[in-house]
Design a protein around this ligand. Structure first.
Ligand code: SF4
Length: 241
């Protein structure tokens, strides 16, 4: 099948591209990710993807970067107090997969697929629903694969290739969430270190107290012996006189 593979970044493309090509698909990558914030991050992920795709001989189509549209759709969902992260991500997947399906229909592709399912941090069933929805809306096929079992291999390969690996999903909210999580983890590590330090200090104080007690007991014993010796000496002296 002539397949347009929506890709979120280079590292996540490695295994899906390999597996889909192995399954006989003729792949072109679609980098359609208006979710990525800031634009410098968008450009960095794209440059990483392009460098690898060029080496691998896979064409890349770049979508229109429209942060405003992401705000109007996924950002608006996030602002709704009734909505949760899943709702926001659904709106985000919808925006990107619709763009990929529209592009596929307009450029003679048979179907679309996505690399988003490599990540165990994404909502796989929601991605499947949105992939199918977008493909139907634009009259193309969808090739859904749950690539999560290949996450470790994708991580290993991307590290071995020295690829840039981002530490947050993409949108401004996920960036803030990831930073908050890192801060929490750091604070938890610091608290753990402090608790260990305190436990160590208490242990040291207990050892010192034990040593001091032993020393006091030794001293008391020595003094007692000395007194005993003195009394015996005096008794012997009286007896000899
Ligand atoms: S967390 Fe990721 S999938 Fe969810 S809205 Fe943000 S960029 Fe999109």
């Amino acid at each position: 099948m002539k397949l347009l593979l929506h890709a979120c970044c280079g590292p996540c493309s490695l295994e899906p591209a390999r597996l889909l090509a192995q399954a006989g698909h003729d792949i072109t990558i679609a980098y359609m990710n208006s979710n990525i914030h800031p634009v410098s991050e968008y450009a960095r992920r794209l440059a990483t993807l392009r460098a690898w795709a060029e080496e691998a001989g896979i064409p890349v189509i770049e979508g229109a970067y429209d942060a405003r549209e992401w705000e109007d759709r996924a950002g608006a969902v996030a602002a709704d107090p009734q909505a949760d992260r899943r709702d926001r991500c659904r709106a985000c997947y919808r925006l990107r997969l619709e763009e990929a399906a529209r592009c596929a229909a307009g450029h003679g592709f048979d179907g679309i697929s996505t690399t988003l399912t490599v990540s165990p941090y994404q909502y796989t069933e929601v991605i499947q629903e949105e992939l199918v929805r977008a493909s139907r809306a634009y009259g193309v096929d969808s090739v859904f694969e749950d690539f999560r079992p290949f996450y470790d291999e994708a991580t290993r390969r991307s590290r071995a290739l020295g690829m840039y690996r981002q530490n947050y999903c993409g949108c401004r909210i996920s960036q803030a969430e990831a930073e908050a999580e890192r801060r929490e983890r750091k604070a938890a590590r610091a608290a753990e270190r402090e608790a260990k330090r305190e436990a160590h200090a208490e242990e040291r104080a207990a050892t010192e107290a034990e040593r001091a007690e032993k020393k006091r007991a030794r001293q008391a014993y020595a003094e007692q012996q000395e007194r005993k010796r003195r009394i015996l000496k005096e008794l012997r002296k009286k007896r000899d006189d």
